[in-house]
Write a protein that binds this ligand. Structure first.
Ligand code: ADP
Ligand code: MG
Length: 241
């Protein structure tokens, strides 16, 4: 019989980060330990300024910690060249932001297809994959529309399709519902739950408790440390389409 070692998709130990402001240091993360297993749906909770985005940016390899150890899919993230870091980022991570970060002059399909271009996929495959993922988020019929012609919820679904099209190991979402009304927030969280149910590991940064409760586990940050880490009874949101 073979036994498969269960690895943590994310494993961090004593992670620390300060920002230099003038002559003083703002110590934002003061020693974070966190393990995340494959298939988890985790909310990172905390009030504004508690360091949630700082943590997510380090996990997303968009920023570096000052101290501590970070293993992503069992790979030590340390001292990597820009190119290697960019490759890992493309291979392992998908990002969703509060402000959608879509390119305004590109339509929905082109927005989803763009990262695939940078990953070296040919035009036909890019188009097919982009359409496939737009369909998954219920927006196939909106493929040729510009972001300005889409509602906030639709824009965020396009951003989710764009993140998912690269088939990342982990999806990182920083306040994905922060710019949306509560009904639309529920639709986006329903989609996130659906993607998680299909097996994707997802981290959702939020300062809203009701959004956090749509995840399966809530990690709470306060004063630079994790003050609570609990599994919760997930509030299931109805299907979005
Ligand atoms: P959150 O996402 O929980 O609101 P952040 O991680 O964005 O918190 O910020 C944590 C603290 O670090 C805040 O006080 C913020 O002002 C500060 N901060 C964030 N980014 C920078 C930066 N690049 N330079 C200086 N201070 C920063
Ligand atoms: Mg933030």
């Amino acid at each position: 019989m073979t036994t498969k070692k269960i690895i943590n998709v994310i494993n961090i130990k004593n992670l620390q980060k300060s920002y230099k402001i003038g002559n003083s240091l703002l110590h934002v993360l003061k020693g974070i330990d966190l393990d995340i297993k494959e298939g988890e749906l985790v909310a990172i909770m905390g009030s504004s300024g508690s360091g949630k985005s700082t943590l997510l940016n380090i996990l997303g390899m968009l920023d570096l910690a000052d101290k501590g150890k970070y293993l992503l899919d069992d790979v030590l993230i340390e001292g990597l060249t820009e190119t290697t870091a960019a490759n890992y980022r493309n291979q392992f991570l998908g990002f969703v932001f509060q402000s959608f970060n879509l390119i305004n002059y590109k339509n929905a399909l082109e927005n989803v297809a763009l990262p695939l271009y940078y990953q070296g996929f040919g035009r036909k495959i890019r188009q097919a994959k982009a359409l496939e993922y737009l369909e998954k988020v219920g927006l196939k019929d909106w493929a040729t529309h510009l972001p300005s012609e889409l509602s906030g919820g639709q824009k965020q679904r396009v951003a989710i399709a764009r993140a998912m099209a690269s088939q990342p190991k982990v999806l990182l979402a920083d306040e994905p519902t922060g710019a949306l009304d509560s009904k639309t927030s529920n639709e986006v969280m329903s989609l996130i739950q659906q993607i998680n149910n299909e097996g994707k590991t997802i981290l959702v940064v939020t300062h809203e408790l009701d959004i956090a409760h749509m995840c399966k586990r809530i990690v709470t940050l306060k004063d630079g440390v994790i003050v609570e880490d609990q599994n919760v009874d997930q509030v299931i949101v109805g299907n979005h389409v």
